[in-house]
Design a protein around this ligand. Structure first.
Ligand code: AMP
Length: 355
């Protein structure tokens, strides 16, 4: 085959972009980061090129589009107008439909239901009165979330029936919210599927995830869950990816209920924190798979080499760095972020737990 001469344009400048840039570079693929803080950002400092401009700076977007072959976004909350504009000039990933759906919690849950995937009970909450109504129907504990722009447990309030609902609604500070029934889950599992522009599919082994304060703390993979659950999660991910005409990778986060059912939590049409273990753990990492997809190359094998554990390193974990560096066989990944704030993702570690 011809050498891949592609330049991938990436919107966003965080660690996901950085790891995509590194994977692309290994394949001889150039990258161009576009973000309001592109220079000296985790992704910008590694990329071939970086443009620092706002997502509504159309002159800068036009120049960016002209300098790349294909465009992706490392975060799903890129303004839809930005992607729609870029889509006029270059193929875009994950695609405007995928972004539109994944940007809104009610939209993504409705979409899952329409495709036969179970979700927790949920209500669209637009004002305090609709929260009262929803809690009356729920008759139990719930979690109120902003429909848009929430991440890592931000924009979420747990609610008990005895709580002051007016105060809870006011505290969330959004008139576009979702109330979800609190799921008493046995485990959380995530799935990742890659899909090429011509519809080829590759599934990664599933991850089993533990969160602390709404932030992913640990993933173990391949997940020690039944073959049936893996198959139904992979089928669900594929059904959604195909229905959205997704190009790239799609992560599906789920709850495994105590009675063994899989419930949809959310989707992310991009590489996902719970699959960082694939960097050393799989024949093809999630970032390499995305780079291959965008460059029009064949998808790689997702075979995993044993069972892996990925642990996030947050700002507060950084004092333990010296000890981690000394651990034999530990794969340490740091994102080059300057300040180690509490709750901020600074890096992660991958450990082989069973060969
Ligand atoms: P999210 O941003 O929606 O993925 O929420 C972050 C984490 O909060 C999830 O991974 C769960 O650990 C927890 N969580 C969110 N929604 C629910 C729910 N409806 N029931 C139980 N736990 C939840």
């Amino acid at each position: 085959m011809d050498m891949p001469h592609t330049t991938i344009g990436i919107l966003g400048s965080g660690q996901l972009g950085r790891m995509l840039v590194i994977a692309a570079a290994q394949l001889g693929i150039k990258t161009h980061i576009f973000a309001p803080d592109a220079n000296s950002s985790p992704a910008g400092e590694m990329a071939t090129n970086a443009t620092t401009a706002a997502y509504d700076d159309y002159a800068a977007l036009d120049q960016f589009a002209a300098s790349v072959d294909v465009i992706t976004s490392e975060f799903e909350n890129v303004p839809s107008e930005t992607m729609a504009h870029l889509a006029q000039f270059r193929p875009v990933s994950p695609g405007t439909t995928a972004l539109h759906i994944a940007q809104h919690r009610v939209r993504e849950k409705n979409f899952a239901r329409e495709h036969g995937i179970l979700t927790p009970d949920f209500w669209h909450v637009r004002d305090a009165a609709s929260l009262h109504q929803a809690m009356a129907e729920l008759q139990g504990r719930g979690v109120l979330k902003t429909c848009q722009l929430g991440y890592d447990g931000k924009g979420q309030i747990w609610i008990d029936p005895s709580d002051d609902l007016d105060a809870s609604f006011a505290a969330l500070g959004s008139d576009d919210a979702i109330l979800e029934a609190a799921v008493d889950f046995a485990a959380e599992a995530s799935f990742l599927v890659a899909r090429t522009a011509d519809g080829r599919i590759a599934h990664f082994p599933a991850s089993l995830n533990t969160h602390k304060n709404g932030i992913l703390a640990r993933s173990v993979a391949p997940a020690p869950i039944s073959e049936n659950l893996v198959t139904s999660g992979q089928e669900a991910g594929q059904r959604l990816a195909e229905a959205m005409a997704l190009v790239g990778v799609l992560a599906l986060e789920t709850f495994v209920t105590t009675d063994g059912k899989l419930l949809f939590n959310e989707i992310a049409p991009r590489p996902h924190n719970s699959f960082h273990w694939t960097i050393e753990g799989c024949a093809t990492s999630q970032f390499t798979q995305l780079a291959r997809c965008l460059a029009g190359m064949a998808l790689g094998s997702t075979h995993s080499y044993g069972q892996w554990q990925m642990d996030n390193l947050l700002g507060e974990d950084m004092p333990g760095l010296e000890q981690l560096v000394a651990e034999p066989g530990l794969h340490l990944h740091l994102y080059g972020k300057a300040s180690a704030k509490t709750g901020r993702k600074m890096g992660h570690t991958n450990r082989l737990i069973t060969a």
